[in-house]
Design a protein around this ligand. Structure first.
Ligand SMILES: Cc1cc2nc3c(=O)[nH]c(=O)nc-3n(C[C@H](O)[C@H](O)[C@H](O)COP(=O)(O)O)c2cc1C
Length: 330
């Protein structure tokens, strides 16, 4: 998710779940290729921590040659998968002729995917919508998927709502068009050999399990970012890893502090890491104090991992306070 799932956010999420597949923000081919000379920029766009595996690079673009070049760069950089974005509705992306508007051009998407696949061994997958604008029927959605699948691509992550390219901004396009889970279930039902991952509006582990009765995977976007501890149960309950241990939030913070220390030695500002961990205590007593303490103190010039430890103390204090209130008085 652009602006959200940068390498720091992904490092943090990986501490919570060992097996979940993580995706980068969308990187457009222009940004990668036009920075050919600027090795630093290119390196930054492809940077990830070795612990992040399995991690997929998401590309945005519609030029088969450019996409193929970037896919090779991704494979060389060690990414486990390359995903093509056919779901972003923003004006900037639309005017660049990529993202969701490509739902209307299945042949072009197929050309792109074929060109990408030809150059690499890692899987090339597609993330799309169920339609755009007045492309409302299941048949038009399936036609898109079938055309792309002719390339051999068999994995589709589907944000289960249309994107309305005229009149809605990207935020509205994640909320207003109705969810059509039934389209995604039907797609899997009629194409059992495909790997179908459903996305959109999934907020609980119960919802994930329910979806897995119909499809192969569930992708969580906003919920995983705002309430990351939801991923803590995934290794045991979804991936059935009997050896997986569920870390406490405090253990995760301890490991994050080590990461912060090492990143700060490389010149990274504390705030660019702590902004991703604000949701860790979502729903817990003290969550607000935690968020407030980090937001207010993470920007200070001398701020380091001690700020995070102090924020944790705010929570402990809040817990003690809650326990005191709960103790019978007489
Ligand atoms: C801030 C933000 C940035 C996003 N950036 C991307 C992106 O780069 N690529 C992408 O495929 N989807 C992106 N999305 C969409 C999400 O991946 C997801 O499809 C959408 O939020 C619906 O899923 P959810 O209800 O689980 O959040 C973004 C969403 C948000 C909120």
């Amino acid at each position: 998710m652009m602006g959200w799932t940068d390498r720091h956010a992904r490092y943090f999420l990986r501490l919570i779940s060992r097996h979940s597949l993580l995706y980068t923000e969308m990187v457009n081919t222009g940004a990668l290729l036009h920075n050919d000379q600027k090795v630093g920029v290119q390196k930054r766009l492809l940077a990830y921590h070795v612990s992040e595996h399995p991690v997929a690079l998401q590309l945005g673009g519609s030029d088969p040659v450019a996409l193929a070049k970037c896919t090779v760069m991704a494979e060389d950089a060690g990414f486990d998968e390359v995903n093509l974005n056919v779901g972003c509705p923003s004006d900037r992306v639309k005017s660049g002729n990529f993202g969701a508007c490509l739902m209307a051009k299945p042949e072009l998407v197929a050309d792109c995917v074929a060109a990408m696949q030809e150059k690499v061994k890692i899987p090339v997958t597609v993330k799309c919508r169920v339609g755009i604008d007045n492309m409302e029927s299941f048949e038009s959605f399936e036609n898109f998927i079938s055309k792309v699948a002719e390339t051999g691509c068999d994995t589709f992550i589907v944000h289960a709502r249309n994107a309305w390219l005229k009149g809605l901004n990207p935020k509205q396009n994640r909320e207003i068009p109705p969810l059509k889970y039934d389209f995604v279930h039907r797609l899997k039902n009629e194409n059992p050999a495909f790997t179908i991952v459903i996305n959109g509006g999934i907020k609980t582990m119960e919802m994930v399990k329910q979806q897995l009765q119909y499809v192969d995977g569930a992708m969580l976007g906003r919920e995983a970012y705002h309430n990351p501890y939801i991923l803590a149960a995934v290794d045991k309950e979804i991936y059935k890893d009997k050896t997986a241990s569920i870390k406490s939030r405090e253990e995760i913070i301890e490991q994050m502090c080590e990461y912060i220390d090492s990143e700060q030695r490389k010149g990274v500002a504390l705030h660019s890491i702590t902004r991703h961990i604000l949701g860790l205590f979502q729903g817990q007593p003290g969550a607000k104090a935690w968020r407030r303490y980090l937001s207010e103190n993470g920007h200070r010039e001398d701020a380091d991992s001690r700020v995070v430890k102090q924020a944790l103390q705010q929570i402990e204090r809040r817990r003690e306070h809650t326990q005191l209130i709960e103790m019978p008085l007489g």
